[in-house]
Design a binder for this molecule. Structure first.
Ligand code: SDX
Length: 430
């Protein structure tokens, strides 16, 4: 809490109320309105929560005007260049970078929890082969709450076991979704492989022949996982917090986060970007589609553009765009019409007053799909890749909420706009 206050005129024009300010270590302060209804008889109104703080958090900091993203204080650019996903997971969960012994112990624990209960595989067979992988993933992750009931949410050991289990198992469960969609047998995790290599092996190897993971693909996957690991109180993280605030099984809260991520306005945008680029088809059509995106009467939007917080640039998009060149070149995909189309679309949009005025720039989803496609990941699995990476962010936020000094169930209010009180009318009188 701060000793500064925020002056507010009362409804009846009487003397100003002074509301306390809550200040953090970085970023804007927040007006503490917790007592505003009790003291003033009014609510605060903020559909979409664009100006609403839901919690205090030590995990991730974003500055939307300056394109800053910090995980536990470390700039995303430095982590992308110097770290790896397992180290970033440890950092997000524990608040500090691990020493070699700590990292070895963490990786060992994750590696040895990658298998899931064999009977869970039967759930996959209940899905039709063309079920969307996100529908499958949210379903089977929710099922984990049946396999791991009775998590003591305030017990540090139980919290750690939950964290390690879900981070370790989510790639295996995601790969099983992909294999089910192909009608291929599930490939078990291999403990001699690192996290990203293991995922690629479970995706692309088949029992009938040996498979060699391309180290360049594994490196690109690891970097994409770092960039997608956490992002403050975004829609899916807020969903995990809200669901978790009721005290539900944490695996069920993660399943709720997966469902929220699936939407095209959120993590589902990476899949929607590829569909949009395919619909645009060629550079000649860019102007037509940019005009559609600006037309209020046209539901078409430039997927992968715009962000609730970033109004200049998404630092992750900048990193991924640079990565595209390297990955496509290393994978020998020199002829990349999709990447060329995306670059041209970005160039045209960023010169257009509509996008400039509204601060609409490419976000993390605009280029990520181009790399996933180059790695051989099918479009339908793009949001699943996002869910794998974001699981650590959801878990870190759930744990922080569980350990907060005052945890209350999330229960927003409303402004009621329906019918005023009226008496029932018998059917014979209607
Ligand atoms: C992610 O929150 C996070 O941190 C999310 C995320 C994470 O890591 O967790 O960063 C990941 O979800 C990235 C966002 C992926 N979604 C998309 O790319 C979908 C396309 N983007 C839009 O749907 C939109 O930009 C949102 C959903 C991302 C943001 O929506 P806001 O903040 O509610 O903004 P808005 O809808 O109020 O738009 C403001 C204006 C409107 O025009 P006006 O009413 O001012 O005339 O900008 C326009 C919108 O019509 N606009 C767009 C647009 N995005 C906003 N116009 C055309 N194309 C777009 N993409």
């Amino acid at each position: 809490m701060s000793d500064k206050t925020f002056k507010l005129h009362n409804l009846d024009g009487s003397t100003i109320s002074e509301l306390p300010l809550v200040e953090g270590s970085m970023g804007p302060p927040a007006v503490d309105v917790r007592k505003i209804f009790a003291d003033q008889g009014v609510f605060t109104y903020d559909p979409g929560f664009g100006a609403t703080v839901s919690c205090s958090s030590d995990i991730t900091f974003i500055n939307g005007q300056e394109g800053v993203l910090l995980y536990r204080g470390y700039p995303i650019e430095q982590l992308a260049e110097k770290s790896n996903y397992m180290e970033v997971c440890y950092l997000l969960l524990n608040g500090e970078l691990p020493n070699p012994t700590e990292l070895e112990g963490f990786v060992d624990s994750i590696t040895n929890h990658t298998m899931f209960n064999e009977s869970l595989l039967r759930f996959y067979n209940g899905f039709h082969h063309d079920a969307h992988p996100m529908a499958m993933l949210s379903g089977v992750v929710g099922c984990l709450s049946a396999f791991y009931p009775g998590v003591d949410m305030h017990n540090a050991h139980d919290q750690m076991v939950f964290a390690h289990r879900i981070i370790a198992k989510i790639p295996s469960m995601a790969a099983a979704c992909y294999k089910h969609s192909l009608g291929q047998p599930f490939v078990y995790p291999q403990n001699h492989l690192d996290y990203s290599s293991n995922l690629l092996n479970m995706f692309f190897s088949v029992p009938a022949e040996p498979y060699e993971v391309d180290p360049i693909a594994a490196e690109a996957m690891d970097l994409l996982f770092i960039l997608h690991a956490d992002h403050e109180q975004n829609c899916s993280t807020s969903t995990v917090r809200l669901a978790g605030s009721s005290g539900t099984n944490p695996y069920a809260a993660i399943a709720a986060g997966i469902s929220a991520l699936w939407g095209p306005s959120h993590g589902g945008a990476n899949e929607a970007v590829l569909s949009m680029l395919a619909e645009i088809g060629s550079v000649e059509n860019i102007d037509k589609y940019v005009a559609k995106a600006k037309d209020k009467n046209d539901p078409f939007r430039l997927m992968g553009f715009g962000h609730r917080v970033y109004k200049n640039f998404d630092p992750r998009a900048t990193i991924i765009r640079k990565m595209c060149y390297k990955v496509l070149e290393n994978l020998g995909q020199v002829d990349t019409p999709l990447f060329d189309l995306a670059l041209k679309l970005e160039e045209v949009a960023l010169k257009d007053e509509y996008f400039i005025k509204r601060g609409l720039y490419p976000n993390v989803d605009f280029y990520s799909g181009i790399i996933y496609k180059a790695l051989g990941i099918p479009t339908s699995m793009f949001t699943v890749m996002f869910a794998i990476a974001r699981t650590v962010g959801w878990v870190a936020n759930w744990t922080e909420m569980m350990n907060a000094p005052s945890r209350r169930i999330g229960r927003p209010r409303q402004v009621y706009t329906g019918a005023v009180k009226r008496d029932y009318v018998g059917i014979d009188k209607r």
